[in-house]
Design a protein around this ligand. Structure first.
Ligand code: HEC
Ligand code: HEC
Length: 240
């Protein structure tokens, strides 16, 4: 298949691991300019950050965040777009330096927005990966998690693209959850907390499709990432 490799970089957690390219040290893949190849590496490395954060493991996000904030590949940045590059690095550095997971979610969301802003300014859409339809509704908590993973990935593609359709589909999927609190926690106190997290997910899903402003999208996306880590902590879910 001739599709670029980044199409296959799944943000899916678990069995699918990310193949990380060493930037700059290899010849560009057939038919792509060096800059395109470089962008594909950006995509892969931000996927690493995203994966680590939804697991709630900030330390695993650091290598990629550090790389994005410091890598020396500024030669081919489109003229007039240097400030986007600087901003992207700024947010990546925040992810690298912070020890606060929530701050990392917000910075990651802002970083994704900055990718999208530079693409928009240059009339580019980083076409989102071809994705299967969202997983079917119903079933056990793992099924709903597959829906969350799907939605998070689609929203990220929407932010980075920028791609309205990906954004709308991803956020809309969040209104289709079916998880019941008593499936995942038992104490009344925990139930209340999980209920409130599920409500947050639902609210993000209902507001998402109408949110056209990139800042608003970044905010919703950051909030969504925060629910993953909060709920996993509460329920003791182990994410590999
Ligand atoms: C300074 C501007 C700028 C920033 C910042 C930027 N990009 Fe890009 N990106 C571009 C341009 C311009 C292209 C189109 C390159 C071309 O087709 O020649 C592009 C293309 C892409 C592509 C498509 C590559 C291909 O194979 O055609 C992907 C994927 C991508 N960017 C991901 C990202 C991600 C992820 C980030 C943020 C971490 C990011 N970009 C930040 C300017 C930028
Ligand atoms: C309302 C609570 C809740 C929220 C919100 C939540 N999760 Fe989960 N997650 C769980 C629980 C509970 C499990 C353990 C499920 C099990 O093993 O049966 C889990 C497990 C997982 C797993 C492992 C599934 C498997 O097959 O072993 C993944 C992946 C996952 N969550 C991703 C996410 C992502 C990504 C988000 C946010 C975008 C998210 N979750 C938000 C409760 C939640």
């Amino acid at each position: 298949m001739g599709s670029p490799r980044w199409l296959f970089v799944a943000l899916t957690l678990g069995s699918i691991s990310l193949a990380v390219a060493a930037c700059g040290s290899r010849p560009s893949r057939a038919g792509r300019t060096p800059f395109q190849t470089h962008m594909a590496v950006h995509y892969e490395r931000t996927a690493e950050i995203h994966d680590a954060l939804v697991k709630g493991v900030l330390a695993q996000a650091r290598p990629a965040a550090g790389w994005i904030s410091t890598h020396q590949e500024t030669r081919r940045i489109p003229e007039g777009s240097g400030h986007f590059d600087a901003l992207m690095r700024h947010y990546a550095r925040q992810v690298f330096e912070t020890s606060d997971l929530r701050a990392a979610f917000e910075a990651t969301a802002q970083m994704g927005r900055t990718c999208g802003d530079c693409h928009r300014a240059n009339g580019v859409t980083a076409a989102p990966a071809l994705m299967a339809s969202p997983p079917p509704a119903g079933g056990d908590p793992k099924g709903e998690m597959a829906l969350h993973v799907w939605a998070a990935r689609r929203m990220w593609d929407g932010l980075v693209g920028p791609d309205d359709r990906a954004w709308e589909e991803g956020s809309q999927a969040l209104t289709r959850g079916w998880l019941q609190v008593n499936q995942v926690v038992s104490s009344p106190q925990d139930r209340e907390r999980v209920r409130s997290l599920l409500q947050t997910v639902y609210d993000i899903g209902s507001r998402g499709p109408a949110a056209a402003d990139p800042q608003e999208r970044a905010r919703l996306y950051g909030e969504f990432l925060a629910t993953c880590a909060d709920c996993h902590r509460l329920t003791g879910a182990v994410i590999r």
